[in-house]
Ligand binder design. Structure first.
Ligand SMILES: [Zn+2]
Length: 155
């Protein structure tokens, strides 16, 4: 993983802010996440977390204690890119961010979701970016996948 600086960091902040814009629409009551997938300076897929098909029947995360019922923002963004820009997804970059109740960006911890990491790897996304306390970290997707297995709580 590499922390970005200079022009690269500036550009990444722009895309993280786009991911935050998407996250503000999240339907989950527990946590609001947003993802944009970028290729050649344009967003090719985006998504926020929420129940399948945005349907509110059944349970929504945060209504009661239990396993997550949300589709992750990363899955949504990948599906969106596969639907609308399938030829562009190889070599793209995925930006993930959470926002708080006020819609301000939060800083992420270590990669932990091996479903997201495997999906990103399988469709050929090149880099996975998280906004850490120390700065914006850019992971190779294979590295992100490996670290997710190291950190996951679902062992
Ligand atoms: Zn995930």
């Amino acid at each position: 993983m590499e922390y970005l600086s200079g022009h690269q960091e500036e550009e990444a902040v722009t895309w993280m802010n786009e991911a935050a814009r998407v996250a503000r629409g999240a339907l989950c009551l527990a946590t609001k996440c947003g993802t944009v997938i970028v290729k050649d300076g344009a967003i090719i897929g985006e998504g926020y977390n929420g129940p399948p098909l945005d349907k509110t029947e059944g349970r929504i995360c945060g209504e009661e204690i239990g396993p997550s019922t949300c589709v992750h923002s990363e899955w949504r963004a990948i599906f969106d890119a596969l639907r609308n820009n399938p030829e562009k997804i190889k070599g793209s970059k995925l930006y993930f961010v959470r926002v708080d109740e006020e819609g301000d960006t939060k800083r992420s911890g270590n990669p932990t979701c091996t479903v997201c990491s495997r999906m990103a790897l399988d469709v050929g996304i090149d880099k996975f970016l998280l906004w850490h306390k120390e700065g914006i970290g850019e992971y190779g997707t294979g590295e992100y996948n490996r670290l997710s297995y190291e950190h996951t709580s679902e062992k």
